[in-house]
Design a protein around this ligand. Structure first.
Ligand SMILES: [Zn+2]
Length: 233
């Protein structure tokens, strides 16, 4: 079973499933605010819709911001996180069909930038790689990953998919010990080229559009770096 999870059907994966992030992060390829639609039919068993913005100090469930959990007909549970405040359209206890609008992509909880954080949990509460359920996904500016994703979609055995998913290697830069506010200094502190042209490449790799070194773009990049989530260019 493959499906779309964005109404605009132009899913791009910005963060893959791995041992530290047992989920995938998804944006629309045009970066527009789009609705999230149910991957599969099922019963809504949790709705949180009151979170107004980001909280980068949040812990546990609060990291999800506004989220919806659906116990799917296939026995697995889907969790859709970081939705826009007040955008959730479904109710607890309601049965929803595949493709039903759940809410709108947002940036609530511990999120950096608007995206959907999607988790799939199996009957034994193991978080599986959701990529096997997605149709036509791509990863921007990384054709190797795209190729790997296609390979994974062709497998039906989850175990095989896991083995393949391990092959999706993305190198991340990390400056977890850096305590100050400068992306240039932070890159220097880990021995990485901090020139404007390289930062522009990093920005592209991390889906920061039209990088021109603005304060908010630099802070966004710095936060990714401090979290060890800045993709290497
Ligand atoms: Zn995520």
């Amino acid at each position: 079973m493959t499906a779309h999870v964005l109404e605009s059907m132009n899913e791009v994966i910005t963060n893959n499933y791995d041992s530290d992030h047992k989920a995938i992060d998804i944006v629309a390829s045009d970066k527009k605010e789009t609705n999230i639609i149910a991957l599969d039919g099922g019963k809504v068993n949790k709705v949180v819709n009151h979170v107004k913005g980001t909280n980068h100090q949040s812990q546990g469930l609060a990291t999800y911001g506004n989220y919806v959990k659906v116990k799917q007909d296939n026995g697995k549970t889907a969790l859709y996180a970081h939705m826009k405040y007040g955008s959730v359209k479904v109710k607890e206890g309601e049965y929803i069909e595949k493709g039903t609008v759940i809410g709108t992509i947002g940036e609530t909880g511990n999120a950096y930038g608007k995206h959907l954080h999607l988790e799939i949990q199996n009957e034994n509460n193991v978080k599986e790689n959701p990529i096997v359920y997605l149709n036509n996904t791509s990863t921007t500016k990384n054709t190797n990953v795209q190729k790997e994703n296609k390979t994974i979609e062709n497998h039906t055995n989850p175990t095989t998919s896991y083995n393949n998913s391990a092959k999706i290697t993305q190198e991340y830069l990390s400056a977890k010990n850096y305590k100050h506010g400068s992306i240039v200094d932070a890159l220097k502190s880990i021995g990485i080229n901090s020139s404007y042209s390289y930062r522009k490449k990093l920005a592209q790799k991390n889906n920061i559009l039209n990088y021109h070194g603005s304060y908010s773009q630099n802070v966004y990049m710095l936060n990714l770096l401090k979290e060890g989530k800045l993709k290497k260019a």
